[in-house]
Every structure is written in structure tokens, then in C-alpha cells.
Design a protein. Structure first.
Ligand code: PLP
Length: 408
């Protein structure tokens, strides 16, 4: 037997079934018209943002990293909850424009921004987090042609990393950001060129569950921001401190203690070096805000035995939930939290392998999992599906096509 990841808080049983935002899995599947589907809980997203706000100092704004989940209704909901958005492509700029977001509170990071994307962002008044010297020069010349004053910040490749981070995005050679030592010269160049100087973006990593690691990275971030401001020769108007708040996916993972993170950050913010005293701060989070609020529901199409093992074969799979299959940046495959949604309150009685419908051995949703008895027609729930699910999976593979999505 292999353990399953922990089912996030906020889900319960209704008439024996899994309920999401008070609606049963079978009702939601019926409402969608077909399976598989992603269901995102509005209540859980709102609760998450509220508890984060309560933990963080008032001076630290909350931005949503659209990359985690760009579903239109989620963007519209987030627009009422958060203070800003971080995008990483021209396509995401179109999505947030369609969701009615005020583009003055948007910043655009990401390597390899094309001229057409830079032009769209500059004309919309989006802040560019510059990833290199040459990108800075391209942005300045595009802005000049537009007769527009660009809003420019510099993304720093920090000289430290976020410990225990699932994905390291700083420390050493990286395609992201400008090496810290080169930032002051570039900042002075951008300011001298007449751009609206927006400050620094310092993102050190993702998916950390240790409060101590986040606290340490935030302290390093503030120290680096102060050091760079001194070297630039003046205060920075804005500092995007990155994020990196993780969520528990696997057995043994413990949730991040955001109260501890917020308390430590409050102390630091109350005791900033003079050069940062007027700087505005934000953190940018994706998965922490939406990951646990999403469930992938897929229906069992076949049940079979092979060499003594039971297989539940579903109509979903890695083409919608690549990460749960273990093929999105994991070294060792471990089980996500998975349940039989149709029998959510039943006792687990048998060991099964839950797989997808794709003709590849990579298409696994749960290995050797202890679950209640399930039959053809029952629904399986894969939790932690609110981030890097629908939009981060190869839905065209094998001609399958995308899953339905619902904000309930
Ligand atoms: C991916 C990314 C994020 C969001 O990461 P999460 O782990 O989803 O919080 C934030 N900022 C930048 C720059 C990113 O590349």
C-alpha cells in the first residue's frame, strides 16, 4: 500500500458523497454535463485570502500569480479579493483584461517576452519586471515609438535561494531576472532614460512548506532590496517580495504556518532600514490561494484485475492533471490526495490503482491506494487540483481535449 496525500480542509460528505461548496459531486458533474471536470470552490478561495490577510501586516499587498489558474471566473473573483495580479505572458494579459482587471495594478514577469507582448503591456500601463539588460533596451525603444512612458521594474536573480523550495527560481545561474550585482547599473540606466521607475521584483522559489524557510527568504529579500536601493542611489517605490508559499500535496506534508510567517514579517516591516521606509511591498502567490480550492472529478469507466491488482480506469488522466500523475517536476512519484467522491463517507476496504484513460503507463492518478469499494460509474476526486491543473496539462494529448471547469 502507498499512502495518499492529505485531503485539504473544507471538504465534507453530503448524502455519503463528497460535497464541494455545499453541492454533491454527482450534482456538480450533472451541472457540467460531462466528466471529467474541475470544480473550484469560491468559498475556499475567499476563506484562504481572508486568513492570509489576517496573518500579514497591512503594509504588504497580496498579488495573484495568474499562471497558477487563469480560469476566467477565478480571475473575476480574485479581482474582488486581491490587490494586484502578476502575469507571465501576453496571453495572460488578454485573460485578465477580459476579466475586467485594472491593468495599472498588474506586473508582467517572465523570460523571453516578445516585442508584441512588451508593446501590449506598455500601452496598457502594465509594469514590466525586466528580466535582462537587452529586454530593458527593447522595452525602452518600444515605449519611445509609442510615445509612452513605460512602467519598469527589475526582476532580480537573488544571490540566495528559498530553502526546501519545490522549484528553485533564484541562486546561481538562472534564466530568470538580472544577477543582483548588475541590477544597480541597469536601474540607473532605466531611470536616466525617463521610465517610470517601479522598483524591484525578487522571487526566490515556490512550494515551500517550512515557515522558517519563508521567514529566512523574506529577511534575505528585504536585506537585498535595501542593499540594492543603496547601490542604485535612492529608495525604490515598490518591492515585489515573491512568494513561495506551498500547500501540502503528499502524505507527511504539513501546512505552512502563515501566522508565524506573518508575525515575523510584521516585525521586519516595523523595523525597516531607512531607505525602504516609503517602499510599498507585495507578495505574489499562486498555488497557495487556489490550489486546495480545486478538485478534479473523473468517472470510473472500467474496473479490472491484473496479476492480483485492481485497476480503476477513469475517463480522466494526466492530460488534465499532469502534476497528480507525477510528471510535472517531481523526481519520485507520490500519491496526491484522492478519494472515491461517490462514497466519501465509506470506509476504505481495498487497495487499488486509479489510472487515466490514456494509452501510456505514465497515466496514473493513485498507486496502491487504500480506498472504499468503487464501481463503474462512480466518481473519483483528485484534490489539490486548483493550481497547475487544467492549464498546465497537455489536454490535446491523444485527442482528448480539455476538461470542463466550474467555479461553484
Ligand atoms: C510561478 C510563479 C509564481 C507563482 O508560484 P506559486 O508556487 O504558484 O505561488 C509567482 N511568481 C513568479 C515570478 C512565478 O514564476
Amino acid at each position: 500500500m502507498k499512502p495518499l496525500g492529505p485531503i485539504p480542509l473544507g471538504y465534507n460528505a453530503l448524502d455519503g458523497e463528497l460535497a464541494i461548496s455545499g453541492k454533491t459531486a454527482s450534482d456538480l458533474a450533472e451541472r457540467a454535463g460531462s466528466t471529467p471536470l474541475f470544480v473550484y470552490s469560491r468559498d475556499l478561495i475567499c476563506d484562504r485570502v481572508a486568513s492570509l490577510r489576517a496573518a500579514l501586516p497591512d503594509r504588504v499587498a497580496i498579488h495573484y500569480a495568474v499562471k497558477a489558474n487563469p480560469f476566467g471566473p477565478i480571475l473575476e473573483q480574485m479581482n474582488e479579493l486581491v490587490d494586484g495580479f502578476d502575469i507571465a505572458s501576453g496571453g495572460e494579459l488578454d485573460l485578465i483584461s477580459a476579466a475586467g482587471v485594472d491593468l495599472a495594478k498588474v506586473s508582467f514577469a517572465g523570460p523571453g517576452k516578445r516585442d508584441i507582448e512588451l508593446a501590449a503591456a506598455i500601452s496598457a500601463g502594465v509594469t514590466l519586471n525586466l528580466e535582462s539588460e537587452s529586454e530593458a533596451r527593447r522595452a525602452l525603444s518600444i515605449a519611445e515609438r509609442q510615445g509612452k512612458r513605460p512602467r519598469l521594474a527589475i526582476r532580480v536573480n537573488p544571490d540566495f535561494e528559498l530553502r526546501g523550495s519545490g522549484m528553485k527560481m533564484g541562486g546561481g545561474a538562472k534564466p530568470f531576472g538580472v544577477d543582483a550585482e548588475w541590477v544597480p547599473d541597469l536601474a540607473r540606466e532605466v531611470i536616466a532614460a525617463g521610465a517610470e521607475w517601479r522598483g524591484l521584483h525578487i522571487f526566490a522559489g515556490s512550494q515551500a512548506l517550512s515557515a522558517d524557510a519563508i521567514i529566512e527568504a523574506q529577511a534575505n529579500t528585504l536585506a537585498l532590496a535595501a542593499r540594492l536601493s543603496e547601490a542604485i542611489g535612492g529608495p525604490i517605490p515598490h518591492c515585489n517580495m515573491g512568494g513561495g508559499f506551498g500547500i501540502p500535496y503528499f502524505a507527511g506534508d504539513e501546512p505552512l504556518d502563515i501566522v508565524a510567517v506573518g508575525a515575523a514579517l510584521s516585525e521586519r516591516i516595523a523595523d525597516l532600514p531607512d531607505i525602504l521606509s516609503d517602499t510599498q511591498f507585495c507578495i505574489e502567490l499562486g498555488r497557495f490561494l487556489v490550489g486546495e480550492a480545486g478538485v478534479y472529478l473523473t468517472r470510473i469507466v472500467d474496473r479490472k484485475q491484473s496479476h492480483g491488482e485492481t485497476y480503476l480506469i477513469t475517463d480522466g488522466g494526466l492530460h488534465h492533471q499532469l502534476a497528480a500523475s507525477g510528471n510535472f517536476g517531481t523526481v519520485v512519484r507520490r500519491n496526491y490526495p484522492v478519494a472515491i467522491a461517490s462514497h466519501f463517507s465509506a470506509e476504505p476496504v481495498e487497495e487499488v490503482n486509479v489510472v487515466g484513460c490514456l494509452c501510456t503507463p505514465l497515466d496514473r492518478l493513485a498507486d496502491k491506494a487504500l480506498l472504499p469499494r468503487a464501481e463503474v460509474g462512480d466518481l473519483v476526486a483528485v484534490f489539490c487540483a486548483g493550481a497547475y491543473g487544467a492549464s498546465a496539462s497537455p489536454s490535446a494529448f491523444l485527442g482528448q481535449g480539455p476538461a470542463k471547469e466550474i467555479l461553484a
